[in-house]
Design a protein around this ligand. Structure first.
Ligand SMILES: Cc1cc2nc3c(=O)[nH]c(=O)nc-3n(C[C@H](O)[C@H](O)[C@H](O)COP(=O)(O)OP(=O)(O)OC[C@H]3O[C@@H](n4cnc5c(N)ncnc54)[C@H](O)[C@@H]3O)c2cc1C
Length: 256
């Protein structure tokens, strides 16, 4: 029973995402809000020096940007996780020339514009599960076949995708399972139905030693994001080799 329940999780695949922090030498035009960008590489961004108390600064902007899609499974053509931090920052600055045409790059009054003082590139090789069609049915219930083991997390079964809303709702549902067990002795919702294909596959499986993510000590070994040093890159290449495959839509294009 447990095998089929946990085997369905194999159908959910975490996608890479990169978060970029940029500190500038001056204040850019900004709005006190999270912005969706029209750039194909940058999904959302905010000027933290305006939107966030901890970074508040009237003289200098600090932008936080979500760099995505950064791999084919997320709908991109380039594997940005395998690229250097400098390459990622350079690509971001080019996009910012389009988003801030009068303040960054050749369109600014002095032909250069705002300068970058420092940056941080946080790579999360396996973030939220890929919301490709047909995944919802494989998301497990918070209740599991193991009586004293309950799941939470944005990827577990609930009405939202992998998101802050999903994380909060999944946490509430997990708490309900735990309190139901305390009050009634069992989860009142029971287990979610498992798909026939998973049940079929699970028949031939047997328990084995864990591999992969538990090897290594760095944040990426635990599925988290990090400013990757050589150590993290080596661990990632060992536990999740496809992340380090070089794939570049531009260089892969046939020569003209
Ligand atoms: C760059 C980026 C941008 C995003 N932007 C948005 C957005 O704009 N809007 C939105 O709604 N969502 C966004 N998301 C998604 C959102 O952040 C997640 O859906 C949400 O944080 C998931 O919450 P969670 O509690 O399920 O998991 P997490 O927040 O991932 O919590 C899991 C925790 O478990 C810890 N952990 C892991 N392994 C172990 C272990 N072995 N022992 C102890 N602890 C462990 C981890 O350190 C982590 O703290 C974004 C995600 C990323 C990466």
């Amino acid at each position: 029973g447990s095998m089929r329940f946990f085997h369905q999780i194999q159908e959910l695949e975490g996608i890479p995402v990169i978060n970029i922090h940029l500190w500038f030498d001056r204040k850019l035009q900004n709005v006190d809000h999270l912005c969706f960008s029209r750039s194909p590489l940058l999904s959302v961004y905010a000027d933290m020096s305006t939107t966030c108390k901890e970074y508040y600064d009237e003289e200098k902007s600090m932008l936080e940007l979500v760099f995505a899609p950064c791999s084919p499974i997320a709908g991109g053509k380039t594997n940005w996780i395998a690229k250097s931090n400098q390459e990622i920052v350079d690509a971001t600055m080019l996009e910012l020339e389009r988003l801030f045409p009068l303040e960054i790059g050749p369109g600014s009054p002095d032909g250069v514009g705002a300068k970058l003082l420092k940056h941080a590139v946080v790579k999360t090789p396996r973030s939220v599960y890929a919301a490709i069609p047909g995944r919802n049915k494989y998301r497990p219930s918070q209740a599991t076949p193991i009586s004293n083991f309950t799941l939470a997390g944005d990827w577990t079964s609930q009405k939202f995708l992998g998101s802050m809303e999903g994380a909060v709702l999944a946490g509430k549902l997990a708490a309900e399972v735990v309190t139901d067990k305390a009050v009634y002795g069992a989860s009142t919702k029971g287990l979610k139905k498992i798909m026939p294909d998973v049940i079929q596959e699970a028949k031939t499986l047997s328990a084995k030693e864990p591999v992969g993510a538990i090897d290594g000590e760095s944040a990426v070994a635990y599925g988290a994001g990090a400013v990757m040093t050589e150590t993290e890159e080596k661990e990632l290449a060992a536990i999740d080799p496809e992340q380090m495959v070089k794939l570049d839509a531009y260089s892969a294009a046939p020569a003209r």
